[in-house]
Design a protein around this ligand. Structure first.
Ligand SMILES: C[S@@+](CC[C@H](N)C(=O)[O-])C[C@H]1O[C@@H](n2cnc3c(N)ncnc32)[C@H](O)[C@@H]1O
Length: 253
């Protein structure tokens, strides 16, 4: 079954991907954190679930070139528009979270970044990730933390300034451990981690957010700046940092 968000994502994909291309290092920290949870050996094959425009695949390619030569990824996403820009994968597949078109044990690992807050049935999505990873592999997720300023920004400011709105389902570390365990995962762990999105200036941060979240063109610059101030954005070492509180979690199949 395709999700209630399908149309929304097809409409948003091009701007979201353009934002990640314009500022390829802005979200580098969250990519590093989730990739650290899916250690790969040379030649390994991993699955990116809710791959979008391939942000994680591209970051992984760079990180793995030395540590795991020959490692390759498959990207899957419900939106062909998002996935159309995703170049860093050995293969791309249009598929919904809860019906991954792969045989059991097809991958050495599976990861999902900033995507499962759109899952109507997160346990079903995680059960699918666990099913397609072989014994001895690892499943990892990273998403915005429930109750955080980032969650409020998404479900309030972004919700109010986009035609389609934003109604993310966010979770705390204990919730993720519960979901991973209930889906059949073993040795589940999760932690809340503060990451920072990094820019050269506050103006760049505003431009990135405007495109990434597909804000309505009439969204005023001063209200966006106020919202980013509300998130605690600050200048440091000639750059500008936006705090973004996330939860990273993992389990073995
Ligand atoms: C915020 S984007 C994150 C993309 C990418 N992981 C990243 O970190 O840049 C969320 C992605 O989840 C996908 N998505 C939403 N609901 C989905 C579903 N039910 N099944 C598969 N993908 C879905 C969207 O199409 C979108 O590409």
């Amino acid at each position: 079954m395709l999700s209630e968000y399908r149309t929304l994502f097809d409409a948003r994909g091009a701007r979201y991907n353009a934002a990640n291309r314009l500022y390829p290092d802005a979200r580098a920290e969250e990519a590093r954190r989730i990739l650290a949870r899916v250690p790969l050996r040379a030649g390994a094959l991993w699955l990116d679930v809710g791959a979008g425009g391939g942000f994680l695949g591209t970051r992984a390619e760079q990180a793995r070139a030395e540590q795991a030569p020959g490692a390759a990824a498959v990207g899957c996403d419900e939106s062909a528009v998002f996935l159309g820009d995703a170049g860093g994968y050995a293969m791309r597949t249009v598929a919904a979270f809860d019906r991954l078109p792969f045989a059991p044990g097809s991958f050495d690992a599976a990861a999902s970044l900033a995507a499962l807050h759109h899952a109507e049935e997160p346990r079903a999505a995680i059960a699918e990730m666990l099913r397609v990873v072989r014994e001895g592999g690892r499943v990892a997720v990273g998403d915005v933390a429930a109750g955080s300023a980032a969650a409020g920004f998404l479900n309030e400011f972004v919700n109010a300034h986009t035609g389609s709105g934003h109604r993310g389902r966010f979770y705390r570390p204990d919730d993720w451990v519960g979901l991973l365990t209930a889906a059949g995962g073993r040795g589940a762990e999760a932690s809340a981690e503060l990451v920072h999105w990094r820019f050269a200036s506050a103006g760049d941060a505003a431009r990135f957010c405007r495109e990434l979240f597909g804000l309505d063109p009439d969204t005023r610059e001063d209200s966006l700046e106020a919202a980013l101030d509300g998130l605690g954005g600050f200048a440091r070492d000639g750059g500008w940092l936006l705090p973004w509180e996330m939860v990273f979690a993992s389990a073995a199949p």
